[in-house]
Design a protein around this ligand. Structure first.
Ligand code: DHE
Length: 493
């Protein structure tokens, strides 16, 4: 008689998770000491990488490898399971936000002056994604003043207070960290959401706003990260809600401008009010209704216009639009060759007008657009799709990367802003070069060698020669205090 082989029991991933992972990543997978393991948080991590991390662990962190304790099918089951939604969906309300706040007040006997000897306006913060650290750099001597651990996976530019003393970092897991650059210490932290996009600081330094994918909300804090109120990102009738793509400070308008991923609306929330917002009496939301959702914004220097990208349509490409924030309607379609990465664009004077130049993620080109007529004046070829473009008022050149392309990722293209033509390249063969930021005076350009054993490379902005190389662990981005607080036209704000 032939006996049927019993089917092999499937590993119970939920039980394995509670046994091995919950103490660090939270019973609801919303993160504790370890990062959140929700589908939203893992969207950007390849399945093979999740398998590898569970098997081998993550270097220089508390994440150990489980190869000895779990079988390959158990590891595979866990890796698949953490990509499934938590049911019921985890909540993160105002009480959770308030309870998460950690503050370290200034010791009464500490003198109020910087602990270092450097130009406070020419400091750089370098976000090192490789091991989740931040380095503070003296922008004259190109020396590291200090290096400290950040929250897991910071995203978006850190935002400075107008005096340049404090900086706010946002992590994809929802943590906001306020850091005192003078005392070299964390002042306060709070978890604004479970999956966050970025933070913005008001031009007067009094308010911090966070944009969340999960929950669908905005969270408003005072400058010490005490929660003031949250806004549900929903239509006026409350019937549909949206992930919030990003929040931007529009200092000339004294307002926050909000990009919504799933709703055809732009929001503007003015902080130019006599009465502070409270949970019961929020500042009003001014809605500009659109034909389709726009995210990834760029603004003209006056912040009268928001330039937004639409998502690619099935079989088609993305496009971009110009919206007047005063008239509250679309005023132009932007002729852009591929998927723009508008947030990384720059503006400069050219031929009697002001132009916007933006790299695009869809192909090898930089689009240059006249900001009066909203017409393309030039499409500049680059070796491949790029993420970041930077310049400075004191240099005739703009630098852009091609980090998303196989063949072009190892070089930066230097474009003459007068002729709109590429004039030079710097190259690190076989490696990834990306994200540029200039010193306060525009004399040097700092770029990232975007590798685990990477570096910040300092180039002379006139001769394009390397001046210095500082070892860093995958330096994702770098931010100069002066260029940010003066809203230099050559960088993001
Ligand atoms: Fe970013 C800024 C959106 C993927 C590194 N990125 C921003 C901003 C937005 C944005 C809206 C501006 C907010 C701000 O600075 O406050 N980024 C997006 C995306 O939608 C996208 C394409 C997909 C996603 O899932 O988020 C995306 N971004 C990435 C990356 O893969 C990058 C290269 C690596 C990483 O660590 O995530 C990346 N984004 C950055 C950086 C900035 C940024 C370094 C700040 C640039 C600056 O100079 O200000």
């Amino acid at each position: 008689m032939l006996l049927a082989t019993p089917a092999l029991a499937q590993p119970n991933a939920a039980a394995l998770y509670q046994q091995h992972c919950a103490s660090c990543h939270g019973a609801q997978r919303t993160g504790l000491m370890g990062p959140a393991l929700l589908p939203e948080s893992l969207e950007r991590t390849r399945p093979a990488e999740v398998l590898r991390v569970i098997t081998e662990g993550r270097q220089a962190t508390q994440m150990m490898g489980f190869a000895e304790q779990l079988s390959p099918p158990e590891i595979k089951a866990l890796a698949d399971w953490v990509r499934t939604p938590v049911v019921p969906a985890p909540r993160w309300g105002e009480a959770d936000i308030r309870a998460s706040r950690i503050a370290t007040p200034l010791p009464a006997d500490e003198p109020v002056k910087p602990k270092w000897d450097a130009d406070p306006m020419n400091l750089f913060l370098v976000v090192e994604g490789g091991d989740h650290h931040v380095s503070l750099l003296d922008g004259d001597r190109f020396e590291v003043i200090t290096r400290f651990a950040s929250r897991y996976a910071l995203h978006g530019g850190p935002k400075f207070t107008p005096d340049g003393r404090y900086v706010f970092f946002g992590s994809r897991d929802g943590w906001i960290t306020k850091y005192d650059l003078w005392r070299l210490a964390v002042v306060a932290e709070v978890r604004a959401g479970l999956n966050m996009r970025n933070v913005a600081v008001s031009g007067d330094g009094r308010w911090v706003m966070a944009a969340n994918y999960l929950p669908h909300s905005l969270a408003l804090f005072d400058a010490d990260l005490n929660l003031v109120t949250t806004y549900d990102a929903a239509t006026q009738d409350g019937k549909s809600s949206s992930r919030v793509s990003a929040v931007y400070d529009a200092t000339p308008r004294n307002s926050f401008v909000v990009a919504l991923k799933d709703l055809p609306e732009i929001w503007e929330i003015s902080y130019d009010q006599k009465t502070p917002a409270t949970p019961k009496s929020q500042w009003g939301v001014r809605r500009t209704l659109l034909e389709e959702p726009l995210d990834d914004f760029f603004f003209d220097q006056s912040y009268r216009h928001a330039l937004g990208a639409t998502r690619p349509k099935a079989g088609g490409s993305a496009s971009a639009q110009v919206v007047s924030l005063d008239m509250r309607r679309k005023v132009a379609d932007l002729p852009i060759a591929g998927m723009p990465h508008l947030g990384s664009g720059i503006t400069f004077a050219w031929n009697g007008t002001t132009v916007l130049a933006s790299p695009n993620l869809g192909g090898g080109a930089v689009d240059v657009i006249d900001m009066q007529s909203w017409k393309t004046v030039r499409t500049i070829p680059t070796p491949g799709a790029g993420f970041f473009m930077r310049s400075h008022e004191n240099t005739p050149y703009a630098w852009t990367d091609s980090m998303m392309s196989k063949d072009g990722k190892d070089r930066l293209t230097i474009i003459d802003k007068r002729t709109l033509t590429p004039v030079a390249e710097v190259r690190e063969p076989g490696k990834t070069l990306a994200h540029i930021e200039f010193t306060r005076d525009g004399r040097y350009a700092l770029a990232s060698l975007w590798e685990m054993d990477g570096a910040v490379i300092v180039y002379d902005a006139r001769s394009f020669k390397e001046v210095k190389r500082l070892p860093m662990a995958k330096p994702v981005g770098k931010y100069n205090v002066w260029n940010k607080i003066t809203r230099s036209e050559g960088t993001s704000h």
